[in-house]
Structure formats: structure tokens, C-alpha cells
Design a protein around this ligand. Structure first.
Ligand code: C2E
Ligand code: CA
Ligand code: CA
Ligand code: CA
Length: 279
């Protein structure tokens, strides 16, 4: 038993060592990737359900490895958050998204906003407002074209600093969206308290609306609540026509999902979504 125990211990220990090595390797690769600008943005259309026209896009980061592999954010964002590398990465994402958006605006293309994910760690930076201001000034993008997506957990911080920053962002004319709504420790009180413009209904609710009356009731209630609070409701992860129909019936205006488009590289977004209506 003792030998087996020791064996088990060694097994775990080696597995843990391997895991730690893999993490260190990933962290080093992430640092190199940042230096060499190996990241790029994909843009997923946000579509008006009634007219099927483009409202805006969400910028989603990808890591393009030298070998050509495209790494999805789930494989590096968590480590970037842990190590703090999300700060330079998030700043690059914001600058790149603003630069691209300003180019589309300057060319007169029919797009009204770009949404950018802001991690809690970025949000907590003391000089967040100056950084965002500097990026807007540098890229020439008017703040009304920018929407920042934050998460529920951030609002639960319940600090005066969070309040002040959100108020300042709104005063600058930047739009604020609450991402993955319904998945965290949701509290309805903050919907009233903070200057939020868009509520993004999490994909997990949308997934079940066609088959599960409880989900469809929740979705209907949230849409109604959003209307009372004068917020835009955006349904995430819409994959089927049936889901689209139910959302439309319940008064949802905007959605994002594979039914309309996967996230696309900028050129492809232009070709498929920004050309037809231009001019
Ligand atoms: P998110 O912010 O909730 O972004 C939506 C994710 O859902 C995207 O995954 C998108 O490709 C996926 N999606 C969109 N429509 C559908 C659909 O119809 N069905 C399904 N199954 N999925 C759909 P992606 O691009 O892999 O991003 C995953 C997460 O990584 C994002 O979730 C976000 O939390 C994070 N992320 C991505 N880019 C950034 C970034 O620049 N900064 C930060 N902090 N986080 C980011
Ligand atoms: Ca998001
Ligand atoms: Ca989301
Ligand atoms: Ca307020």
C-alpha cells in the first residue's frame, strides 16, 4: 500500500511537472507572440433580426502561430489573464479594432459599431480611461462607434471605482454592453444602477429556447425587462431559424450567431457584409 501510495504520488508529481512546463512554455510563446504581433482579429456580425442588416461587429482575437495554426482564445485568454499578459494583449486588441473601425467609417461603409471585450483585469487598471482616450485619439475613431463588453462579475465588485469608471466611459460617449448575461451571479439591481446600453443574452439560454419552455420564458422575461430599462438586447449564439423566429416573436431586435455568420477576417467581412450596401 505504501509503495502504491508512493507510486501514485510520483505519478501526480510528474503529471503536475509536465503541466507546469506546458504552462511556462505557453506563457513564453504568448510573450513572443505579442512581441512579434502574431495576433489578429476576426469580426462577427451583429444583425438586425427584422431586416437582416448589419448593426455592428464583435472583435474576437485569434493567435496565428508561425506554422499557420490559428489558436482560439479559449486556449490562451485564461493564461493571459492569470499572467497579466492580457493587459498588453487587450490593449493591442482595442487599438487594432479601433483602427479597423475608423478605416471602415472613413470609407463610408455601412457599419455602426465595433464591440470589444474588456477583461476585468484591464478594467481595473488605474489609467484605463487615459489609455482608451489615447487609442481613440491615435486612431481618430469617434467614441460612439465603440462598445466595450464587460462581464457581470465586474459589476458585482460593488465598488465606487467601478461606478466612477462606467460613468466616465458613458460620459465619453462609449457604449457599454454586459456580456454573457445570465451566467454569473446575476443581480437585476445593477441593470438599473449602471449606464449599460446593451445586454447580451448568453448562448446557453438561446440554445434551449426551441425545446425548453422554461428557457424560452426566461428569455422572454429578460427581453421584456430590457425593453423597460431601455436597453438593447442582443441574443448570442443563434444557430437555427427556429431560434430566430422565437426571438423575433418576443421582440428581440439584434442577434449574433452562426445562423448569420461565423466570425470573419476583416477582408471577408467587407466582401460579404460591407460591400453590398455601400455607396
Ligand atoms: P464571447 O465574448 O462570449 O464571444 C462569443 C463567442 O461565441 C465567440 O467565440 C464566437 O465565435 C462564439 N459564437 C458566436 N456565435 C456562435 C454560435 O452561433 N454558436 C456557438 N456555439 N458559438 C458561437 P471565440 O471567438 O472562440 O471567443 C471565445 C471567448 O474568448 C469570448 O467569448 C471571449 O470571452 C474571449 N475573447 C475573445 N476575444 C477576446 C479579446 O479580445 N479579449 C478578451 N478579454 N477576451 C476575448
Ligand atoms: Ca463578448
Ligand atoms: Ca458572450
Ligand atoms: Ca448611473
Amino acid at each position: 500500500a505504501k509503495a502504491a501510495g508512493r507510486h501514485t504520488f510520483r505519478f501526480y508529481s510528474e503529471a503536475q511537472t509536465r503541466q507546469a512546463d506546458a504552462r511556462l512554455a505557453l506563457e513564453a510563446a504568448l510573450r513572443r507572440g505579442l512581441e512579434k504581433e502574431e495576433f489578429l482579429l476576426y469580426y462577427q456580425p451583429q444583425v438586425d433580426l427584422r431586416t437582416a442588416s448589419l448593426e455592428g461587429v464583435e472583435a474576437l482575437v485569434r493567435w496565428s502561430l508561425p506554422g499557420g495554426e490559428l489558436v482560439p482564445p479559449a486556449r490562451f485568454i485564461p493564461l493571459a489573464e492569470e499572467t497579466g499578459l492580457i493587459l498588453p494583449l487587450g490593449e493591442w486588441v482595442l487599438r487594432q479594432a479601433c483602427r479597423q473601425m475608423q478605416q471602415w467609417v472613413a470609407r463610408g461603409l455601412p457599419i455602426r459599431r465595433v464591440a470589444v471585450n474588456l477583461s476585468s483585469r484591464q478594467f481595473r487598471q488605474a489609467d484605463l480611461l487615459q489609455r482608451i482616450n489615447a487609442i481613440l485619439a491615435e486612431t481618430g475613431l469617434a467614441p460612439r462607434y465603440l462598445e466595450l463588453e464587460i462581464t457581470e462579475s465586474l459589476l458585482m465588485d460593488n465598488s465606487a471605482q467601478v461606478d466612477a469608471k462606467l460613468e466616465a466611459l458613458e460620459a465619453m460617449g462609449i457604449r457599454l454592453a454586459i456580456d454573457d448575461f445570465g451566467t454569473g451571479y446575476s443581480s437585476l439591481s445593477y441593470l438599473k444602477r449602471f449606464p449599460l446600453h446593451t445586454l447580451k443574452l448568453d448562448r446557453s439560454f438561446i440554445r434551449d429556447i426551441a425545446d425548453d419552455p422554461v428557457s424560452s420564458n426566461i428569455v422572454a422575461s429578460i427581453i421584456e425587462l430590457g425593453q423597460h430599462l431601455d436597453m438593447d438586447i442582443l441574443a448570442e449564439g443563434v444557430e437555427t431559424d427556429q431560434q430566430r423566429g422565437i426571438l423575433l416573436q418576443n421582440g428581440c431586435r439584434t442577434c449574433q450567431g452562426y445562423l448569420f455568420s461565423h466570425p470573419l477576417p476583416a477582408e471577408e467581412l467587407e466582401a460579404r457584409w460591407l460591400r453590398a450596401a455601400a455607396g
